[in-house]
Design a protein around this ligand. Structure first.
Ligand SMILES: Cc1cc2nc3c(=O)[nH]c(=O)nc-3n(C[C@H](O)[C@H](O)[C@H](O)COP(=O)(O)O)c2cc1C
Length: 207
């Protein structure tokens, strides 16, 4: 943003002094920035599944920011069939640990659930959109946490029946995923998988 501002300032200055060649150069640079900031791609590249947290609590301001990013996620036909529970008391975290081996002692866990009966349904084949909507909410949680320099991980491996029994407030909801979040410990590091992705040729096809 600061870079963009200074480019605009330069553009104004250059327009005043009519340096035409330099003007073209600055416009090109602005266009480059206008087409998407490199910062977002850097954020995406640097995010990794964090499985080692220090025990410092996550501030309420940061929790609110993550919730805001989650709340603003798009959902099919804007039906918003998703709910988030913030699990942060010691007692609730201990209960949650009984349902999954992937809580990694995080100081806070965002639990994302959806209600298929509230979701958009594709009329052609009856496909229900609830899990897709919840997955987008989850993705916003991961990316906002990364932007706040917090570690996070998507956890799909949990005992859903046990969770529903231990967290009666989730009755009627399908829990899609758990998101442990916290400051990464000194030992936290990306796993080998983080660097392993399909090549662009394998991944995408132009037709
Ligand atoms: C749908 C889904 C479910 C996942 N479930 C778990 C899980 O239960 N436990 C875990 O430690 N990591 C889990 N992960 C994290 C993946 O293993 C990880 O994203 C993948 O290996 C790529 O690594 P990276 O996130 O560090 O780039 C899950 C990720 C996704 C998208």
């Amino acid at each position: 943003m600061t870079q963009k501002k200074s480019l605009l300032q330069r553009l104004t200055d250059l327009t005043r002094t009519s340096h035409r060649a330099a003007f073209v150069d600055v416009v090109k640079q602005i266009e480059k920035h206008h087409h998407g900031s490199e910062d977002f791609l850097e954020l995406v590249k640097n995010r990794y599944s964090c499985r080692n947290f220090n025990n410092r609590p996550v501030s309420d301001v940061k929790i609110q920011k993550i919730l805001e990013a989650a709340r603003l996620a798009p959902t099919a036909k804007n039906q918003q069939p998703v709910h988030v529970w913030v699990v942060k008391s010691e007692e609730a975290l201990a209960r949650l640990k009984e349902t999954s081996n992937s809580i990694y002692d995080a100081p806070v866990v965002f639990m994302v659930g959806c209600k298929p009966e509230n979701a958009w349904v594709r009329r052609y084949d009856g496909k229900n959109g609830a899990e897709t909507d919840a997955a987008i909410v989850g993705t916003h949680i991961l990316l906002e946490a990364a932007d706040l320099e917090l570690g996070s991980v998507w956890v799909g491996s949990f005992d859903a029946a046990k969770l529903s029994e231990l967290f009666p407030e989730t009755a009627g909801w399908t829990i899609t995923a758990l998101f442990p979040v916290g400051a990464p410990s000194a030992e936290a590091h990306p796993s080998e998988n983080h660097g392993k992705r399909q090549s662009l040729e394998e991944f995408a096809t132009e037709i």
